[in-house]
Design a protein. Sequence first.
Length: 59
Amino acid sequence: MRRGTQGSPGRRPVPRRRTAARGGRPFAVSYVVSCMGDGIFYVVAALYFTRIVGLDPVH
């Protein structure tokens, strides 16, 4: 038998938290949403600029 696998008598193991069930990684999600918002802003700003200047957005 290996040492340390049984634990001390009378001590309960500490339950692990399940963060994935509660939304996972909020910082990572907020970062992705922020990047998507920036990208959408750049696309809309470029399309608006081409319309104001009078260029065709395809060129």
